[in-house]
Design a protein around this ligand. Structure first.
Ligand code: 8NA
Ligand code: MG
Ligand code: MG
Ligand code: MG
Length: 352
């Protein structure tokens, strides 16, 4: 159904935007029980239709800046052009450097510019003495690829991998981006009228990740945790989903899944946030499933904008635009532009 699909494109990119904008004030924080109540009130207030805030909007950060570039990369060129994508990233960064970019990625942008984009994969591969970045910057911007290629899994994986490699070449950085991309795609394929089965969703991702981690490197060496990292993390997600909510569970989630700036400590967490909040007794008091996912992600603290943005992209791809509270959306910078971008991405696919 084309109108549902269009709505899901909008839901996903708006979910990503709202997670970024509402999460960024808490980035790097530890969230106490008292602060969880403040965050609940903050969202309640944002939902008021005629709210007049002193600051009319919440600014977006690097997460959204780079997601916009990935969407444009898919919209403007019929075939993936990674030189074009690298230029979009770099131009955006030099236009607005104060969006909260990671330190390593800024370094890569300078090298790309200085080398005149001669080999767009080289600067990232040289970072961290050749091991590459395992930050979550590849994953945080991947949603448009999961949406655009939702009908073509193989190409989706290829384009997600290559686009990530412009900034992140560590296996954990790439596979984290692939996992996030798969989660968005899988959520897009679901019927929003039907209640989803969190453990089944997780198992499906586990099987796909097992396939990816098998082909990427020879997984024979059990001691090499990077080659099996995400399938192991998804087992932890599955186990945690089986536990009833209480306040100590959040600490266990943070300890076992993480809430950091590495892909490894944030992508499985974002997926967990999405799946846990399908259950109304998850500790977050709202009927709006998209808000529930984003708000829960923020209450875990740490890399709040990025984890909430990734969780919001997955939830929005499942639920569509109907789940986007328009009062909350209009407090986010560029929400109209993001909705248009989602429409353009939808149209750019042609007949598929
Ligand atoms: P990135 O590629 O710069 O990675 C982020 C950081 O992770 C690096 O600056 C390093 O400190 C560390 N790192 C990554 N790979 C390695 C490695 N191989 N060895 C040692 N250290 C490594 O940036 P990104 O694009 O991945 O962005 C990740 C996060 O940073 C995002 O949340 C983004 O918003 C940004 N950020 C986070 C915070 C925060 O407090 N959580 C604050 C500002 C910016
Ligand atoms: Mg605090
Ligand atoms: Mg950010
Ligand atoms: Mg962040």
């Amino acid at each position: 159904e084309p109108s549902l699909l269009r709505s899901k494109f909008r839901g996903s990119l708006l979910g990503a935007l709202i997670g970024d904008c509402t999460g960024s004030p808490y980035e790097g924080e530890t969230i106490t029980a008292g602060e969880k109540i403040i965050i609940q009130r903050y969202f309640d207030k944002l939902e008021e239709p005629n709210l007049n805030l002193k600051t009319p909007f919440r600014a977006y950060t690097d997460d959204t800046a780079m997601t916009k570039s990935v969407a444009k990369f898919l919209i403007d060129k019929p075939e993936p052009d990674y030189g074009f994508l690298a230029r979009l990233f770099v131009n955006d960064y030099f236009k607005e450097p104060r969006r909260g970019y990671g330190q390593n990625v800024v370094d890569v942008f300078h090298k790309l510019k200085t080398s005149k984009f001669e080999d767009v994969f080289k600067p990232a591969a040289e970072q961290f003495m050749g091991s590459g970045s395992y930050g979550n910057g590849g994953a945080m911007r991947i949603a448009p690829i999961g949406l655009y290629y939702h009908n073509n899994y193989k190409i989706m994986i290829k384009v997600a991998t290559q686009s990530t490699k412009i900034t992140h070449t560590h296996l954990l950085g790439i596979n984290g981006a692939l996992l996030q991309c798969m989660a968005v795609q899988q959520a897009l394929m679901l019927d929003p009228q039907k209640k989803l089965d969190p453990r089944h969703f997780c198992l499906e991702l586990y099987l796909k990740m097992k396939e990816v981690e098998k082909t990427e490197e020879d997984g024979e060496d059990e001691s090499d945790f990077t080659s099996r990292a995400y399938q192991e993390k998804l087992k932890v997600v599955e186990r945690l989903l089986g536990k009833p909510h209480d306040d100590n569970l959040d600490d266990e989630v943070i300890r076992n899944l993480g809430h950091g700036i590495s892909a490894y400590e944030s992508v499985p967490t974002a997926i967990y946030c999405f799946l846990k909040t399908q259950n109304e007794s998850c500790g977050i008091m709202t009927d709006n499933l998209l808000r529930r996912t984003i708000q829960y992600a923020i209450t875990l603290g740490g890399d709040t904008d990025t984890i909430a943005s990734m969780a919001g992209a997955i939830a929005g791809a499942y639920l569509g635009e109907d789940a986007v509270n328009s009062s909350i959306a209009k407090h986010c910078e560029s929400y109209k532009e993001i909705a248009e971008l989602a429409d353009n991405l939808f149209e750019a696919r042609g007949g598929s």
